[in-house]
Design a protein around this ligand. Structure first.
Ligand code: SAH
Length: 314
């Protein structure tokens, strides 16, 4: 994980809900995810509601009536009860409690997201191994974001792979929940890698070091997965596993790439040749490369090629 105490240049929110070109103190963000300035007010309110509920339960118990959670009967009484902060029929949480829970989930998602964008692949792996719930929470937040997008880049890759008549060996690097494998895994051989094996299709690892032999894949895909600060190592790993002539396909949040030419140049320096760039929506850029040769033995670091993708607090 990045050393606390440094201010990092990150991005202000764009159409994706991501930020671009602003400076954020990583220490305050990473170590202290807050739930907003009104959180103490809300907590007081919540405590009051809890007290009222406890008093009501006591009264109901004395009367021998049912517990307050099962007294919401008609629609109109239910609405009245909910607006007063009483217990909702679903999940046993009051409206206020549900709102608080959503806020906390959002804060936690942003914390994890930022941590993944500001650390190396190795450290990210260590982080999720120490606390696997991080991955689960990250993906719940990620899925909520995806629902707001007009297009999901994974669908573009699925369409592409479906159009290929030959059986290909595909490496999905940073596969998330492995939708690629779940959809085109019958047609092609898809190897799915991520920090955590969210399901049985996934091999857990750091994508800087995947358990595939040299020159064994036809296609390597990074769909929004170049998150680590050392992402050039991920690119070099793709170079290692791809056969010469194999395809490297990348989808990234467009606001992360401040200088497309510099980004392409850095990848071409790792043994690839740009085949095409597609940016037909405001959110994502797709870059296709072909492996032309093995990457040089030594990696010369190129910091700042991709900005971290920081979600704004709501
Ligand atoms: N490709 C999927 C998921 C995108 S989210 C999709 O488009 O739906 C980015 C994913 O990259 C996350 O699941 C995250 O865990 C994974 N990831 C980031 N850094 C990684 C690393 N160093 N090794 C393995 N997976 C990584």
């Amino acid at each position: 994980m990045k050393k606390p105490g440094k201010a990092d240049a990150v991005s202000t929110r764009d159409a994706t809900g991501h930020d671009s070109a602003r400076t954020v103190d990583v220490r305050s963000k990473v170590t202290k995810p807050k739930v907003g300035p009104s959180s103490s007010q809300a907590r007081n309110k919540l405590n009051k509601v809890k007290e009222l509920l406890a008093a009501k339960r006591e009264k109901d118990a004395l009367k021998g009536s049912e517990d307050a959670t099962s007294t919401v009967k008609s629609d109109s009484t239910s609405k009245r009860a909910l607006s007063k902060g009483a217990v909702s029929p679903a999940g046993g949480l009051s409206v206020l409690q549900q709102k608080m829970q959503q806020k906390l989930k959002g804060a936690r998602f942003r914390w994890i997201n930022e941590a993944l964008y500001t650390t190396t692949g190795d450290k990210a792996l260590e982080m999720v191994q120490n606390d696997p719930s991080i991955f689960e929470e990250y993906h719940q937040g990620f899925s909520a974001q995806v629902e707001k997008w007009p297009v999901n880049p994974v669908d573009v890759f699925i369409k592409y792979l479906r159009s290929k008549p030959d059986k290909l060996v595909v490496a999905d690097l940073g596969c998330g929940e492995a939708r690629l494998s779940a959809t085109v895994g019958q047609q092609h051989t898809v190897h799915s890698f991520d920090l955590v094996a969210y399901n049985e299709l996934i091999t857990p690892c750091n994508i800087a070091d995947v358990p595939l032999p040299n020159d064994s894949a036809d296609v390597a895909i990074f769909c929004l997965a170049l998150m680590g600060t050392d992402f050039l190592k991920f690119i070099r790993e793709a170079n290692r596993i791809l056969r010469v002539g194999g395809e490297l396909k990348i989808a990234e949040v467009i606001s992360r790439v401040s200088d497309v030419d510099a980004f392409v140049q850095a990848l071409e320096g790792q043994g690839f040749k740009l085949a095409r760039t597609t940016a037909n929506n405001k959110m994502f850029i797709m870059l296709d490369f072909t492996k032309v040769k093995r990457c040089p033995a030594k990696l010369s670091d190129k910091p700042g090629l991709l900005k971290p993708c920081i979600y704004k607090r709501r």
